[in-house]
Design a protein around this ligand. Structure first.
Ligand SMILES: Cc1ncc(COP(=O)(O)O)c(C=O)c1O
Length: 338
């Protein structure tokens, strides 16, 4: 497929982008999918297509990658942060409900680390729901509830490109058409420019790669789920809190919790095992968003997760020996719960 692109010389919005859009829409079970330049643009374009702008509020978590709130602020709207649920690390629908005002134009739910957010509860709140599914391609439970979903194909994601890439999926044909226009300067035909748009296209070469990888995705997610189950079987849960499993979890990352996080990470480092902290400074405390007026203590669950979370290695095909070494290192550092 890649050779075919090179031979065709058709590098922008060619047949592979169109085919990938059809294949991704079929995979997700939605009407339309539109390839864009990256997952951040996917959010900006959906917000723009929904008419979100100055004076509007959009509710989202602060325990997520910066782009989720950045896209809202980029549209001139105000990010309103809701706290997350301690067990799932995803938006707490009750806290979202408490933050709805007459200015609320949308909610963005993030399927964090590949675990589906509580979309059924969130849509019941009567506010248009956008699913930020950047981390969750491969979960069978996403992308069919919200008005639109956004994806990133950054090279660490479950479905990844060999560079940047993104996608918007939607069941709403008009919304899909609007996003398709916005990604190309607000034009349908490259002659008339009806909207102020963007230059945000999925690259033809990346689309060719994504078509190959999409065919492998279910197998990769199954391997990720097996590896997650193996951590539980090996007893990692005796030394730290494991991510709560559910059948739709695509395990983009395996993020655990412990008050002993720093000691555990030091032991992992000593054993030459990589680990990472996610969103250690949550979005409501990031300097660029200080103007929103949140302070330490504004979102207690988010802040506790920021203090306690750490990921351990998980990839499609990680072998049990590598996982045993992780478990031994963590257990050596943390007192085993009785
Ligand atoms: C939750 C979330 N939203 C949005 C993005 C932005 O995606 P991209 O890096 O492709 O712009 C990311 C990714 O990296 C993400 O994890």
């Amino acid at each position: 497929m890649i050779d075919g692109v090179l031979e065709s010389g058709d590098f922008i919005l060619g047949p592979n982008v169109a085919a990938f859009e059809r294949e991704a829409a079929a995979y997700l079970g939605v009407r339309d999918a539109v390839g864009v330049a990256n997952g951040t643009d996917a959010l900006v374009l959906v917000l723009d297509a929904l008419g979100v702008g100055a004076g509007d509020e959009v509710i989202c978590p602060a325990f997520t990658f910066y782009a989720t709130a950045e896209a809202i602020a980029r549209r001139g709207a105000t990010p309103v942060f809701a706290d997350v649920d301690s067990a799932t690390m995803n938006l707490d629908a009750e806290d979202v409900a408490a933050r709805i005002t007459p200015r609320t134009k949308a909610t963005i739910a993030v399927h964090l680390f590949g675990r589906p957010a509580p979309v059924a509860e969130l849509v019941q709140l009567g506010v248009p729901l956008i699913e930020d599914a950047a981390q969750a391609f491969g979960s069978p439970e996403i992308a069919r509830t919200g008005v639109a979903s956004t994806f990133s194909f950054y090279p660490t994601k479950n479905l990844f490109a060999l560079g940047d890439g993104g996608l918007v999926s939607t069941g709403d044909a008009e919304l899909g058409e609007r996003v398709r226009m916005l990604r190309f300067h607000g034009s349908r035909d490259k002659v008339d420019f009806e909207l102020l748009g963007y230059n945000s296209r999925l690259d033809e070469l990346q689309a060719a790669v994504l078509r190959i990888f999409l065919a492998e995705l279910d197998g990769w997610v199954a391997l990720r789920r097996e590896a997650a189950a193996r951590y539980a079987e090996l007893g990692l849960g005796a030394a730290c809190e494991l991510p709560e499993d559910e059948p739709g979890h695509a395990y983009h990352l395996f993020v655990c919790r412990s008050p002993e996080r720093d000691r555990i990470r030091a032991a992992l480092k000593e054993a030459e095992i990589g680990s990472a902290v996610y969103y250690g400074t949550p979005l409501h405390l990031q300097p660029a968003l200080a103007y929103l007026g949140y302070v330490q203590g504004s979102l207690p669950v988010t802040e506790q997760l920021a203090r306690e979370n750490f990921s351990v290695p998980l990839w499609a095909g990680i072998d049990s020996g590598a996982q045993e070494r992780v478990v031994s290192a963590v257990q050596a550092a943390a007192p085993v719960a009785s």
